[in-house]
Design a protein around this ligand. Sequence first.
Ligand SMILES: Nc1ncnc2c1ncn2[C@@H]1O[C@H](COP(=O)(O)OP(=O)(O)OP(=O)(O)O)[C@@H](O)[C@H]1O
Ligand SMILES: [Mg+2]
Length: 380
Amino acid sequence: MARVELHNIVKSYGDQRVVNGIDLVIEEGQFVVLLGPSGCGKTTTLRMIAGLEQITDGEMYFDGRLMNHEAPERRGVGMVFQNYALYPHMTVADNLSFGLESQRRRGSRRKARAQERARVLQVARLLEIDHVLDHRPKELSGGQRQRAALGRALVREPDVFLLDEPLSNLDANLREKMRMELSRLHDEMPVTTVYVTHDQGEALTLADQLVVMHEGKICQAGQPGEVYSAPGTTFVAGFLGSPGMNLWELPGAPSSDAGASRGVHLSGEARGEHVPGEGPVVVGVRPEHLKLVAEGEHCPARVDCRVDVVENLGSHVLVHAKIQSSKQASLVAKLETSAGLRRGDRVAFGAQAEHVHLFDARTGQRLGHRLARERTSVGV
Ligand SMILES: Nc1ncnc2c1ncn2[C@@H]1O[C@H](COP(=O)(O)OP(=O)(O)OP(=O)(O)O)[C@@H](O)[C@H]1O
Ligand SMILES: [Mg+2]
């Protein structure tokens, strides 16, 4: 197992910077997930860790050893790609042990071969494919094939395990099952892992450390629960969650009067220590934190709107609504039942103060209470 450090890592193709200064420390045995939209540089970052792409600038260390110019086969990494390729003419057992011969020491061949077989069996048992070791890939289910690809990387006892969207070829049920198995696998065999996905479910459930990327940069890194409950930027807020956080821009101060003109009302409690007159802000509330509010009922944050579409998704209902007195602004609330709502109904949704997030509209940065106090004290 290795501790991986990335210091200001840059990757350019010609004059295009696709990874733009990444700083990240991955502790020994940690499961890190890189999450972000298509093209944000996840695969490129993973390939630089594997040594399959040259690093343009910055330093990368494994256990304090500089890796920038180390050959891929000398890094001790195991990698599973999105389109994992198994050799179709070989059995699962041969696929798992393929290439291990090159690692055998001279003079102790028989012993090495026995150890190799034991290792293949151990990994196959862990992945529950030990009963199909003499099958060929075409005789396996999608999930078994996927596990064989994982197994092939694990048999080599990598110091760092790199996975690039390994579950994206599977259907939803199998994905969920494999996600659980990966989690169990990591508990039983905690190898330092970097896992790339754009599936939030995978990211939130698997990660010890969640890294949200956007346009070649890290927007936020932390425990999944923390990143979800306190997103650092409007991008992270809108990207995480399904659907993502509602974000409404308010001109000037988010005082109840200013907000009222846009149909969004915030009491002093919901504004926290953010002082009116500090410039435009973005107010954020997650869909699951919105509740229907009766007329005249007090709620720290209240949004007046008109119901547009009611989507019943079985386990919950999504209510899409247009905010009154604003042509563009809309809202989505996640409710347990449709509460008899229909298109055209005028309603108010509300949220408790602790569920109201404020961001600087110009920078997109979260306005924490501390930050608000600092700004106030310097009189901005
Ligand atoms: N060999 C290359 N030459 C030029 N540009 C490249 C090359 N490889 C990747 N890119 C560009 O780098 C950017 C990041 O690509 P990357 O594959 O890392 O994205 P990603 O986050 O993995 O996206 P996805 O979720 O779609 O897999 C993209 O804009 C891509 O077009
Ligand atoms: Mg990719």
